[in-house]
Design a protein around this ligand. Structure first.
Ligand code: PHB
Length: 385
């Protein structure tokens, strides 16, 4: 088998790349180890930056997103039992975010791919890749490609294939998130990031009938330790306000999971014919809601580079891929680390707790500090992405 671009992984990164290439008349084959059912139902974050929404809309996969996505013009930071709104419209040039589940983006991109007749193989587990020759092996088959896009996530084979050539930068946090989905109406119009003495809590949503809530828990926490009652009780305690006005709506919990927290970057992103993108190359802790958006930014740079290369034989943009992406990657790494450090409870560190409180008060009082949060949250406009 032969193709121009072999794409390993049918998450948002791989599927979006296939979609953008298809529109540019560049042939690709997407190989995904899991089933369609699995990737369409894998629960992930759900905040889309302005720029992410734009690219989906402009390329014809934003119809359901426009109908069902929830536009938010701010978020709340809650600490000391009091809420403070960060107003994106006022602070970030009128930009907003859209709440729409990552798996919904995946469903829309799969539908577009199948409709266009492009190759997309599920349960096609890649066993090895050759980044120099541009060969992908899966099952008994070999796929020869001009370029390989490694979009197979943090545990995939693509990064592993070049691991002795990578420089790794990493930070692992001493906590995880327990995330739930519940049949309950959102208790607030906007997301609430809560810093409390009992740990971090986040109130988010998926629709007018479904809420998504998170609790900071110890790393490697066993979900079995968390009955529905215990989860609601802990959320109620962490999110309670001093005026007693906040009422967290409870409901039937239909999904529970623990997400580890890490910051990770593997440099560079290009090795011969292999280009790493999304979680295969970098991980951010979810506190800034950046993972999917960063993957989309990589893919936009890669798709543009591939257009120049495949259409005009000009490899300059591809040569610049790694450096261009890494500039945004590190800005987002800093933001995600900063949000994480400011909002979580660091066990037994009283000095850290004092710093956090001072920082939170500063962020909600200072126009400059609030702007920093707002413009990073809605997504910075770095040139070319
Ligand atoms: C989510 O809705 O799943 C979500 C929202 C904001 C975050 C992380 C996750 O920072």
């Amino acid at each position: 088998m032969e193709t121009q671009v072999g794409i390993v992984g049918a998450g948002p990164a791989g599927l979006l790349l296939a979609h953008l290439l298809q529109r540019a008349g560049i042939e690709s084959v997407v190989l995904e180890a899991r089933t369609r059912e699995y990737v369409e139902h894998r629960v992930r974050a759900g905040v889309l930056e302005h720029g992410t929404v734009e690219v989906l809309k402009e390329t014809g996969v934003g119809e359901r997103l426009e109908r069902e996505g929830m536009l938010h013009h701010g978020v709340e930071l809650r600490f000391g039992g009091t809420g403070h709104r960060i107003d994106f419209s006022a602070l970030a040039g009128g930009r907003a975010i859209t709440v729409y589940g990552q798996q919904e983006v995946v469903k829309d991109l799969i539908a577009a791919r199948l409709q266009s007749g492009g190759a997309l193989h599920f349960e096609a587990e890649v066993t090895s890749i050759d980044p120099e020759r541009g060969v992908i092996r899966f099952g008994d088959e070999e796929l020869r490609c001009a370029v390989i896009a490694g979009c197979d996530g943090f545990h995939g084979v693509c990064r592993e294939a070049v691991q002795d050539r990578l420089r790794i930068y990493e930070r692992v946090y001493p906590f995880a998130w327990l995330g739930i989905l519940a049949h309950a109406a959102p208790s607030s119009e906007e997301l609430i990031y809560t810093h409390s003495d009992r740990g971090f809590a986040l109130h988010s949503m998926r629709s007018p009938e479904v809420t998504r809530n998170y609790l900071q828990v110890p790393p490697d926490e066993d979900v079995g330790e968390w009955s529905d009652e215990r989860i609601w009780e802990e959320l109620q305690q962490r999110m309670a306000t001093v005026d007693g006005d906040f009422i967290l709506q409870e409901g039937e919990i239909f999904e529970k999971g623990v997400t580890p927290m890490r910051s990770f970057v593997a440099e560079p992103l290009r090795h011969g014919k292999l280009f790493l993108a999304g979680d295969a190359a970098h991980i951010v802790p979810p506190t800034g809601a950046k993972g999917l958006n960063l993957a989309v930014a990589d893919i936009r740079v890669l798709a543009r580079g591939l257009r120049s290369y495949c259409k005009d034989g000009d490899g300059t943009r591809l040569d610049e891929y790694s450096d261009r992406c890494l500039r945004r990657v590190w800005r987002v790494q800093h933001f995600s680390w900063w949000m994480t450090s400011m909002l979580h409870r660091f066990e037994g560190d009283a000095f850290e707790a004092k710093l956090q409180r001072s920082q939170l008060e500063y962020v909600v009082r200072s126009h400059a500090a609030a702007t920093t949060l707002a413009e990073n949250y809605v997504g910075l406009d770095l040139e070319d992405v």
